[in-house]
Design a protein around this ligand. Structure first.
Ligand SMILES: Cc1cc2nc3c(=O)[nH]c(=O)nc-3n(C[C@H](O)[C@H](O)[C@H](O)COP(=O)(O)O)c2cc1C
Length: 178
């Protein structure tokens, strides 16, 4: 294998684990949705994860003000809407209307689930200690919903600059984890 020097500005596209998410927030009457691929798991149970939400967008205000969000997991069937939600701002448009996404009431938090996504995770903000340095919000999943009809979700994995890998073949190997 002969490797060549690679621009640091593109490294994130090598590391991004995905899947790309749609984060919903609700501030007063206004529900919003943004595309988010910078996230990492921190704990098994209760599940906790860190999400980087830029303060240049609109969503971070609602997240900070309410401490609630839903992380929806889209599949390739709605890839265009996913990219659309990442290239528009809730400060200017109602993205649910613009991209034809359907809200469904969550059970434990105010932000809506997105019906078109095969899984939705209701979350509460549990740590803001790294928000000022990294824009990193630690969220805890308090309720999770998955469509049992979707056994092989073709999730999107961002490789940068509009490129995505789509999850494909699954393999299963022996594991000590049950
Ligand atoms: C594939 C993709 C992944 C993105 N990932 C993130 C992310 O992890 N964090 C972030 O702050 N913005 C991310 N963005 C950009 C936001 O989705 C974008 O700024 C959006 O317009 C914010 O919407 P809002 O202003 O309504 O909050 C991503 C965009 C795309 C297209």
């Amino acid at each position: 294998m002969s490797k060549k020097s690679y621009p640091l500005a593109k490294v994130y596209g090598l590391l991004e684990t995905g899947p790309v998410l749609l984060l919903t927030t609700q501030d007063g009457q206004q529900a919003n949705v943004m595309t988010l691929s910078w996230h990492t798991l921190l704990e098994f149970e209760p599940p906790q994860l860190g999400c980087v939400v830029s303060d240049r967008g609109f969503s971070h205000r609602a997240l900070q003000a309410t401490g609630e969000a839903v992380l929806n997991i889209p599949t390739v069937e709605i890839a265009e809407q996913v990219v659309g939600c990442g290239n528009t701002t809730g400060a200017e448009v109602d993205k649910f209307a613009q991209f034809g996404l359907t809200r469904r009431a969550a059970h434990q938090v105010a932000p809506p689930l997105i019906d078109e996504c095969y899984a939705s995770l209701e979350c509460r903000l549990v740590d803001t200690g790294m928000v000022s340095t990294y824009g990193l919000y630690v969220l805890e999943v308090v309720a999770a919903w998955v469509d049992p009809a979707v056994s092989e979700p073709r999730t999107l994995h961002h490789r940068g600059y509009g490129h995505f890998m789509v999850a494909g073949e699954s393999i299963h190997l022996p594991s000590r984890m049950r």
